[in-house]
Write a protein that binds this ligand. Structure first.
Ligand code: PEP
Ligand code: MN
Length: 338
């Protein structure tokens, strides 16, 4: 429920409403927006006597928030959330679009340096790379682990690029808090609720990927877990879903991007690499994602995709990312839709 205050409502009037709600046992939060100031009541536990609240001075109206998620919704917070990823890279709202690039997994320091040097040169803003890899087969390469975090940190600092890397298990959180700039939660962990609670207590921005069979509502509720535990620095990432279509790895759901832009104030990234699984389709889907309002992209890049330890078939090589970045340049200068 949202208690919308009048434009000229004073701090004191707002304070009285907040104090009243507190005495009634509600958890209430002040929401200061550019267009309105409101008080949000969290969780629908208990009964709010509307007459009682509307009688307070400064109250304009009371709105019911119809969605099961609140903190992530635009009803709750009409202004866009801007997430600071580090090294001055910010994503969200009308800011120029952000591109995160890098290998699926960190294989060694040399390939990471070679990739980062080129990415920096062509204008990619942040560096990704898996240290802990969620692999479908237990026989596939599982990632270098902590040594890869050291490499990412070193290379990120050298090239002044924020580091994005995946948290595969909750016990890795201390290490990620120490070495990463942005914590990625992968599709397979989108509904790992304990993990969502723990990253909610972290100070780091979280890049939350959509589960491969999650609905938009389930996805936004997963984000709600993080916000409701105190961390509002969440970036949503559409990475494709499983459908009956098997000719591409996943079906990149661009409906969700347009829709979530309406439903939520959080920045939205698209990952056309996992979304298609096919390198030659990535550039077109990247541009399509920007056209429907994505605030940024996450693209897998490898200096020699045919030799990659994981996801080579969907990785762009260094000349392909250079070309894509130059083609998208004009689009980065235009703000995203919301
Ligand atoms: C990845 O980004 O390398 C990854 C494993 O992605 P997802 O969780 O979307 O499959
Ligand atoms: Mn991958």
């Amino acid at each position: 429920m949202l208690i919308v205050m009048k434009h000229d409502a004073t701090e004191e009037q707002m304070g009285k409403v907040l104090a009243h709600l507190k005495t009634r046992g509600f958890q209430a939060e002040k929401l200061i927006g550019s267009e309105r100031t409101a008080i949000g009541i969290m969780g629908n536990r208990g009964f709010v006597d509307l007459d009682e609240v509307t009688r307070f001075e400064g109250v304009r109206e009371i709105l019911h928030v119809s969605k099961p998620y609140k903190l992530v919704s635009r009803e709750w917070r009409p202004d866009p959330t801007i997430v600071d990823m580090g090294f001055g890279v910010k994503i969200g709202g009308d800011l120029p679009r952000v591109v995160i690039g890098g290998p699926c997994c960190v294989e060694n320091e040399e390939m990471l340096i070679e990739t980062a040097r080129e990415l920096k040169k062509v204008g990619v803003h942040a560096l990704r790379g898996g240290a802990f890899k969620p692999r479908t087969s237990p026989y596939s390469f599982q990632g270098l682990g902590v040594p890869a975090l050291h490499m990412l940190r070193k290379v990120g600092d050298e090239y002044q690029m924020p580091i994005v890397t995946e948290l595969l298990h909750i016990h890795q959180l201390d290490a990620l808090n120490q070495y990463a700039d942005v914590i990625q939660i992968g599709a397979r962990n989108m509904q790992n609720f304990e993990m969502l609670v723990e990253v909610g207590k972290s100070k780091k921005p979280v890049l939350l990927k959509r589960g491969m069979s999650a609905t938009v509502e389930e996805f936004l509720l997963a984000a709600e877990y993080i916000l409701s535990n105190g961390n509002s620095k969440v970036i949503l990432c559409e990475r494709g879903i499983r459908t009956f279509e098997t000719s591409t790895r996943n079906t990149l759901d661009l409906n969700s991007v347009a829709l979530m832009n309406d439903l939520s104030h959080l920045p939205i990234l698209v990952d056309p690499s996992h979304g298609t699984g096919v390198a030659r389709l990535v550039a077109r889907l990247a541009k399509g994602s920007l056209a429907v309002g994505a605030h940024g992209l996450m693209i897998e890049v490898h200096p020699n995709p045919s030799k990659a330890f994981s996801d080579g078939a969907q990785s762009l090589d260094l000349s392909q990312i250079r070309q894509l970045m130059s083609e998208m340049k004009t689009q980065f200068q235009t703000p995203s839709s919301k």
